[in-house]
Design a protein around this ligand. Sequence first.
Ligand SMILES: C[S@@+](CC[C@H](N)C(=O)[O-])C[C@H]1O[C@@H](n2cnc3c(N)ncnc32)[C@H](O)[C@@H]1O
Length: 242
Amino acid sequence: MDFFERQWASYRAIVEHDLMEHRAVAEATSAAIQAWLNARPAAAPPPHLLDLGCGDLALLAPLLQQLPLASYTGLDLTAAVLPLAQQALGNVPYPSHWIEGDLLAWATQEAGDDGSEPSAHAVDILHSAFAIHHLTDQDKASFLQAARRRIAPGGLFLWIDVFRQPGESREAYVARYSRRITTLWPQLTAEQQEHVISHLSSHDIPADRQAIAAAAEAAGWQWHWGWQGAHQAEALAVLTPV
Ligand SMILES: C[S@@+](CC[C@H](N)C(=O)[O-])C[C@H]1O[C@@H](n2cnc3c(N)ncnc32)[C@H](O)[C@@H]1O
C-alpha cells in the first residue's frame, strides 16, 4: 500500500465504524437539504450542487442519488479519490463533473472558471465535509468571504467539519482528540490510530466555533448549527447568504 492508500484505508475504517458519527452527519445533511428544498417556490429550477473536498462519496452518494439536482460537481485536491467518487455516484439523472483542485482557489477564482459545465451557473448548494479544517484561520476567513460571492441568492452552504470549543487552543484540541482515538477507537489497529493522530497533529486546524460563526456573519452569512456531535468536535453548520 502506498501512502495515500494507507491514509485512505484508515479514513475508510473510521467511516465504517462510525467513529466520527458520519451516519448522523448524513441524516442531518439530508434533513437540511430537504428543508431548504421544501422552502423554495414550486417553480424554482433544480439546484446545482458543488461538493468541496468530496472524497470518495462513500457516504453521501445514496443521498445524492435521490436529490432532484441540475448538476453535481465534486472537487478534491487528491486526484485519486475522484474515480472512486464517480463510481460511488453511479448513474444519476443529472450531469456530474469532477475537478482536481483546491477549495480555496475555487472560491477565490472568478465564477465560470472552474472547469465545471455549464460554466456560467452559480452554485445553489455548497457542501463541504471534513475538508475546510485543513485551512489556516486566515484562509478560512478568506474562504467564507469568497464563497459568499460565489453562492447563488437564496442558496445554501452546508459546512460539516470538526470545530474547537470556544476559547480552546489548537494544542488542547489535538490532545483531547488524540485521547479520544486511543481510548474510544479500539476498532482501529494501533498503526491506524497512529496514522490518524499523526495526520491531525500536523494538518488539522479546526476553527474556534464561536469565532468562526462571527467571521461568517461578518462575511454576509447567516449561521446556525444544524447538528452537533457527542464529542464537542464534529458538527454541521448551516449557512445562508444574508
Ligand atoms: C477527511 S476527507 C473527507 C471526504 C468526504 N467529504 C467525507 O466526508 O467523507 C477530506 C477530503 O478533503 C480533501 N481536501 C483537503 N484539503 C483540500 C483542499 N484544500 N481543497 C480540496 N480538497 C481538499 C482531501 O483530499 C480529502 O479527500
